[in-house]
Design a protein around this ligand. Sequence first.
Ligand code: URA
Length: 190
Amino acid sequence: MKYENFDELKNACLTCNNCKLCATRTNVVFGVGNENADIMFVGEGPGENEDLQGEPFVGKAGQLLDKYLEVIGLSRKKNIYIANIVKCRPPSNRDPESTEQDACVEWLRCQTRLIKPKIIVCLGRIAAQKLISEDFKVTRQHGEFIKKGNILFMGTYHPAALLRNPDNKPDALSDFQNLRDKIKELNIEI
Ligand code: URA
């Protein structure tokens, strides 16, 4: 592996110009949380607030995510790590293009190698299709645990999608409760 520790990795990532998103970003949104966490959450890419503040999930969607996390005893300040598939904001909050995802995802893979999480939760279609399977359907497969290598993956609704369509909130809550049960079942200390 190229990077020995998180600081080295982060410093390299902060000057990344692997794709065109570097030209329009304010900040690289590297990730936040406990670098030794057993649970990782992965979103799609920074929005406007994240771009301005340099931290993932700090807007309205992030506030909703923090609420769901709190219900099951998780917190970005304590026991999880949060990152995105792409580290720079796609203009006008469009979906990150597949070339941008491909150019960026190695940063996430390096983060994952250093953190060594036991569970990765994919927030929304973009993350689930990149990390679980390219035909992942959130409406059909949310909440399912899928083992890949040493890591259990689960995909659930993106919090921004829940703000647009609150009818899915009970399903999302039950995914988080399943996550809590899985953490207990595996005796993961949080
Ligand atoms: N949506 C995401 O997917 N990631 C963020 O960091 C913020 C909003």
